[in-house]
Ligand binder design. Sequence first.
Ligand SMILES: [Fe+2]
Length: 202
Amino acid sequence: MFSLPELSYDYDALGKYISKDIMQLHHSKHHQTYVDKLNAALDAAPGLRDRPIESLLGDIDSLPQDVQSAIRNNGGGHYNHSLFWQWMSPDGGGQPSGQLGDAITDKYGSYQAFTDEFTAKALGVFGSGWVWLQPDLSLVTTANQDNPLMSGQASPLLGLDVWEHAYYLDYKNKRNDYVEAWWNVVNWDVVADRFSKSTVNS
Ligand SMILES: [Fe+2]
């Protein structure tokens, strides 16, 4: 059975950028619901129960029809949010350095150009979805709780939740303000670690 991962920081730790109210609701209600519904779907498909989440999502189109949508939406929700919490930190922000920083500058010209393009992608997602930075440093968007694993791509280095539940309490309809604030809490250490492992493994 899948379970809700604990945060490595308090609900109020992201301060003015992402409020305690949003963090509490997003983690303890929204993410918990994905976990509960994923477990319920797997109860109905016992043959899938022992498979890691990456395996289920990477094989989503082959899963039994009666549980496929539930696993897509709730398994995706669980996987995406489990990463999303790690991609933020009260000690986050700034710019990536080292190998990752160099690679981003090589590809985009500058850190600013990278964040501009990422932000444009985030604002371009119609309705609910995510923006992802992939190990090859390309930017990908997905709808709903889909993610790159579902189309056979690698696990992302970084991702941003642009569902309204992620920002509406603080920023109302101003997704741009949310994205701008979010850069101040991005945990580049985690992103750099994922990048170094992806390079090694590729
Ligand atoms: Fe979310």
